[in-house]
Design a protein. Structure first.
Ligand code: ATP
Ligand code: LTN
Length: 332
């Protein structure tokens, strides 16, 4: 494929209500690429069913994700926004890549180990081969950059290994993608246990701030956030709670760590937590307003999904055609 611009691709699962971690680690960074890159941002519903989903919830969240993509500043005329299951090429390439992915590699994935421990009654083959589908997502579009949080680094490394292996056997098939992981915001921690990642599937509601939480809820959750013993608002390994809040405040306001430490010198945790809560609520408020406006117009969201799927299919088919030809499949 001859590219006139570099390509950015990322995906988010419609598997729960999105958190501040998803926003700061991934979503918020997607729009930055639209000026200079051709962007594909996917709602990965096929990944979501590796864990049991209630059908009505999955459907509702898929619409919500589309609305959130747009509400976060992604213009559907400038970025291709679509749903994974609307483009069958993803599942097709995933099967092919499964034949180039090793059992040992998949067994080492920490997300697989964590999710199989959490869902011990449903350790299905899809959960195991999840990374080959993710590699297919990325490689189908000849992607150059993948904006993600740090937890996805291992999957990105595997994607690169699969692409390199495939290219060695069948030269010039895939572009080798690079992860783009922002230093601040790459791993927002739980407000209840700052040694754990903030996760959308956490059962403790006080552990997560949701993108759609209202202002009072956001401020209350930050007020209850676990901080560390002693006082002092500074980044330190023995202060994981305060360090996490400083990083959130930095993402929300654009201030550096040093500026923040100076701003709160001599102040208590109470003042600091309130400031973080307010900054976070201010950041999310315009996203929420736009989200609720868009959710009233389902027909528009469906129209955008359709347009996105058509655009994505066009590019995906080109890669898939090349792959099939190189493998020796008969093309009719
Ligand atoms: P689940 O809890 O269902 O496993 P998740 O919250 O990890 O989901 P995903 O849909 O798997 O969310 O992730 C979407 C994007 O958000 C990915 O790029 C991921 O790296 C990023 N992300 C998720 N949690 C965080 C976090 N706490 N901090 C920063 N980025 C995050
Ligand atoms: N595995 C990712 C979601 C995901 C993704 C992708 C991210 C699926 N396909 C392609 C980037 C690129 C997750 O669990 N966060």
């Amino acid at each position: 494929m001859i590219k006139d611009r570099k390509i950015s691709f990322s995906g988010i699962q419609p598997s729960g209500n999105l958190t501040l971690g998803n926003y700061l680690g991934a979503l918020k960074n997607f729009a930055e690429f639209t000026d200079n890159y051709k962007c594909f941002y996917c709602i990965v519903d096929e990944h979501a069913i590796t864990v049991r989903q209630v059908p009505a919830d999955l459907r509702r969240r898929t619409y919500e994700m589309m609305a959130l993509y747009i509400a976060c500043g992604l213009d559907p005329d400038r970025a291709t926004l679509y749903v994974q299951s609307h483009v069958p090429a993803h599942a097709e390439l995933a099967w092919i890549l499964n034949c180039f992915t090793m059992f040992g590699e998949l067994s080492r994935m920490t997300q697989f180990k964590e999710k199989s421990a959490r869902h011990a009654d449903n350790i299905n083959a899809g959960l195991f081969t999840y990374p080959s589908l993710m590699a297919a997502d990325i490689l189908l579009y000849q992607t150059d950059v993948v904006p993600v949080g740090i937890d996805q680094k291992q999957h990105l490394e595997l994607t690169r290994d699969i692409a390199i292996r495939f290219n060695q056997l069948y030269p010039d098939t895939f572009t080798i993608p690079e992860p783009v992981i922002k230093k601040t915001g790459m791993k927002i921690m739980s407000l209840a246990d700052p040694t754990k990642k903030m996760s959308k599937s956490d059962e403790n509601e006080n552990a997560t701030v949701r993108i759609l939480d209202d202002r009072d809820t956001i401020i209350r959750k930050f007020r209850r956030a676990v901080t560390d013993s002693g006082s002092g608002i500074r980044v330190s390994d023995d202060k994981p709670g305060v360090t996490n809040l400083i990083s959130i405040y930095s993402c929300c306001t654009g201030k550096s760590t040093e500026e923040i430490e100076r701003e709160f010198e001599g102040k208590g945790y109470g003042d600091f937590k309130l400031a973080v809560g307010e900054a976070c609520a201010d950041l999310l408020s315009p996203v929420q307003t736009e989200f609720y406006r868009l959710m009233k117009d389902k027909a528009y969201l469906e129209q955008m999904m359709k347009k996105g799927a058509e655009e994505a299919s066009y590019y995906a088919q080109k890669t898939l055609f090349k792959v099939r030809r190189k493998l020796g499949f008969v093309q009719l």
